[in-house]
Design a binder for this molecule. Structure first.
Ligand SMILES: [Zn+2]
Ligand SMILES: [Zn+2]
Length: 184
């Protein structure tokens, strides 16, 4: 079966200007074109359902592709390392051209009278993935000493005061005091 990402556009390109709304759901990466990223990196499962709603509008020599792409992602909380799930909803506004001329470096190509929306969807979603997601805004993270999850329990670890920082605190305090005395 043909990929739903492949939209026939011969008619659109003949009748300028005309529009077509591509609206479908499809696996993110059925051909498994993209290798899985590391476990610590935000990624999209190849079989994850992507929702695409893009209006194609023809102009002389090409098409404007404007709309929304939505995909669920999975990642790891940067503070507690627990799994995090989220959804990227990305607004897109791109161009497809018959042939790339000057200034068309960022345009996608119409090939064999089809506009392939897959690269557009992949690019939009990969760019939108959060690099360091949080499981929740106020995640307390893990204790650096015993590793306990501070969201679920507390511990009696004493956080040692680093000697260099202690010295810095004293210096800052002294500076502050001398500034104060100058002002008075
Ligand atoms: Zn967390
Ligand atoms: Zn601890």
């Amino acid at each position: 079966m043909a990929s739903p990402y492949l939209v026939p556009v011969a008619q659109l390109l003949r009748d300028v200007p005309s529009t077509y709304e591509a609206s479908f759901e499809a696996p993110f990466d059925e051909p498994h074109e993209f290798p899985a990223r590391g476990p610590a990196e935000t990624d999209v499962f190849p079989e994850a359902t992507v929702k695409v709603r893009i209006t194609l509008q023809s102009f002389s020599g090409g098409l404007r592709a404007k709309g929304l792409v939505e995909a669920p992602w999975h990642g790891m909380c940067r503070r507690c390392s627990n799994p995090v799930l989220g959804v990227s909803v990305v607004a897109v506004d791109e161009r497809y051209v018959d042939a790339r001329g000057p200034g068309d470096d960022d345009a996608y190509l119409v090939e064999n009278d089809f506009a392939d929306l897959a690269p557009l969807a992949h690019d939009a979603i990969f760019l939108d993935l959060p690099l360091a997601p949080l499981c929740r805004e106020d995640c307390k993270g893990l204790c650096p000493f015993c590793g306990i999850d501070w969201n679920e329990a507390s511990c009696d670890c004493q956080v040692p005061v680093d000697a260099r920082w202690a010295t810095l605190d004293v210096l800052r305090f002294a500076d502050f005091e001398s500034d104060e005395s100058k002002e008075v």
